[in-house]
Design a protein around this ligand. Structure first.
Ligand code: UDX
Length: 434
């Protein structure tokens, strides 16, 4: 099928390449000429495992092209809108500038019978609002939220755990048949597929992210209680996680959640709920956000305490800048935030990350970055692990103890074995762990 994907960021670039890999003819459109140049050369403009391979294969096959010209989307049967919906600069709500601009720019190129499919995460009511702009052209609109996780984006796109189609015509509509054709391999593999109205589809996405954020903040709240009582939050998570109704996943206490989705999505959801007069219903999301942000400060406080009240001039190695491993994304990253806060307190911070240094440097040029892990650790008076990359989890506590000036470790992700690190002479400080 001939498809266009408007917006080639973390979501759109992966979607375009994945759709080409299952045999569709895809054009990706983005306003950023440099991004389009790199994608056209089969090169991912950001780090995502497996993306370079399917991008290169798609470009090579001739089925995957990229352009800055919206006119190149003309003639596609389905147009995916995959632009960003960041947090507004002047508030907590979602900034819909890019979604609105994408649909306005696409409209003149739409033809009768074509389908515009929103994938961006939007406040409930957006699809209905955009509907007349699309329908005026003879095209139709559907909302098909995307649940991909960074680091697993290719697999999540090709083999999603569910498909949600928000449509106007119900299960038997032509739009559903069209989307089934787009996702034919996933449908054939028996992927659960739910057909809903617009509002439900929009809410599925934000409520899924709200639930995940709540789960993380719940365990981080328990970490706060554990810290006051001498309990161990990781054991607590293991124990409650055995209850199948609770489940162990997303119960890792630590420095908290970040990234381009969870933080802004819960804020936008709360803001939208206020607008529709139901602010009370999701008031708890404000607490979820607050608990989450408190954990960043907690890491800083633990470190300051370990230096007897001041980190001024103290050499601190910060391991990790990305908001999670296997990503170079530093948007709202707790790791980068911790580094910035320590720097602000006068510490001599040296930051390292396998992939995220360039993005971090663009946001915070004032920090000192070191690509080489050994050099970052050299002479450190404290080590703070804030992104649980495999190479950090695999560090040998004995070898690292030999490199640093003082063996003090704050494990902001509770991902190291305290017994092994203490045995190697380290003062090990976890979050919510004695
Ligand atoms: C999230 C959703 O998972 C995904 O379905 C949606 O489409 C986009 O938002 P993503 O932002 O890629 O995906 O990251 P995710 O894996 O959900 O992690 C989010 C943050 O939570 C990370 O900072 C991670 O470190 C943190 N986290 C996750 C925890 O602190 N504890 C956990 O137990 C799990």
């Amino acid at each position: 099928m001939k498809l266009s994907v408007i917006g080639c960021g973390y979501l759109g670039a992966v979607h375009a390449a994945a759709m080409a890999s299952i045999g569709h003819e895809v054009v990706g459109i983005d306003v950023d000429a440099e991004k389009v140049r790199r994608l056209s050369a089969g090169e991912a403009p950001f780090f995502e495992p497996g993306l370079n391979e399917i991008l290169a294969a798609g470009v090579e096959s001739g089925r995957l092209t990229f352009s800055t010209d919206m006119a190149d989307a003309a003639g596609s049967r389905v147009h995916f809108v995959a632009v960003g919906t960041p947090q507004r600069h002047d508030g907590a709500g979602a900034d819909l500038t890019f979604v609105n601009a994408a649909v306005d720019a696409l409209a003149p190129h739409l033809g009768a019978g074509e389908l515009v499919v929103g994938k961006s995460t939007v406040p409930v009511g957006t699809a209905e609002r955009l509907r007349p702009i699309v329908e005026r052209t003879g095209a139709r609109i559907a909302w098909n939220p995307e649940f991909l996780r960074e680091g697993f984006a290719v697999a999540d796109t090709l083999t999603p755990d569910r498909l949600v189609y928000g449509v106007t015509g119900g299960s038997d509509s032509e739009d559903v048949a069209t989307l089934d054709e787009v996702y034919a391999p996933a449908i054939a593999a028996g992927t659960p597929r739910l057909v809903t109205d617009f509002a439900t589809a929009e809410l599925v996405k934000v409520s899924a992210n709200a639930f995940l954020a709540t789960k993380i903040s719940f365990i981080n709240a328990m970490a706060e209680i554990a810290e006051a009582t001498g309990a161990d939050v990781t054991m607590l998570a293991d124990a409650i996680g055995h209850d199948a109704r609770i489940g162990r996943r997303f119960l890792n206490a630590g420095v908290g959640f970040g990234g381009g989705c969870l933080p802004k999505d819960i804020r936008a959801f709360a803001a939208r709920a206020e607008e529709i007069g139901r602010g009370e219903s999701v008031q708890f999301l404000k607490h979820v956000d607050e608990i989450n942000l408190r954990r960043r400060q907690r890491v800083v406080d633990l470190l300051v305490d370990s230096f007897g009240g001041s980190v001024v001039g103290r050499r601190v190695a910060v391991l990790g800048l990305a908001f999670k491993p296997d990503s170079d994304d530093t948007r709202d990253s707790p790791a980068l935030d911790v580094a910035v806060r320590l720097h602000g307190l006068g510490a001599d911070v040296v930051c390292t990350d396998p992939e995220a240094i360039d993005n971090a440097r663009r946001q915070h040029p004032q920090l000192t970055y070191e690509r080489d892990l050994d050099r970052a650790l050299e002479g450190a008076e404290a080590v703070v692990l804030v992104t649980e990359w495999r190479e950090y989890r695999d560090l040998d506590p004995v070898a690292v103890a030999g490199a640093v000036a003082r063996p003090l470790l704050v494990d902001g992700r509770n991902c190291l074995d305290p017994v092994a690190w203490r045995a190697a002479g380290w003062t090990y400080i976890g979050l919510g762990r004695p």
